[in-house]
Write a protein that binds this ligand. Sequence first.
Ligand SMILES: [Zn+2]
Length: 170
Amino acid sequence: MRKPFTHDQTAPSKTEEYRKLYWKGYRFLNRERRLRYGRWYRSRPEYREYIRKYNAIHRDKIYERKNALRRMHAKRLKEEVFRHYSPSLICQNCGFADLRALSIDHVSGGGGSHRRAIGRERGGTLFYEWLKHNGYPIGYQVLCMNCQFIKRIESKEFSWCPRRSAEVLA
Ligand SMILES: [Zn+2]
């Protein structure tokens, strides 16, 4: 059988294409080994020291980059989750279409206590993550902030607050 590859890259049969394909195969077949090597490489004291210095010097840049990634992730996640409940990204009550002022509404109310129950009291991204990881449970809809607020008042969701509920009942 012919030798599949030699490091003699000057040989006429070893075209660029061939070499690319060969290394692609090599990377695929030796995935574990490469990961192991990477872990070892990064665990060396000199590399850790280098990284420590790099992080100290470029702290702002790294911080910025992480934040940008986080914002991008949050934006994508929001759109994905909202698209599930409202494919054309509009308020399902009035048709308002600016994603920035749309929110997920718990159809039967009690969204706040539910979010607290699942440990996502901050809402937003964490709550969207929960929805996604739970296979988009039914009982939620997309409403704009106006409709959300009007619904809250009409359904007296503020009944826990004596002042607010007095206002609503008045
Ligand atoms: Zn609306």
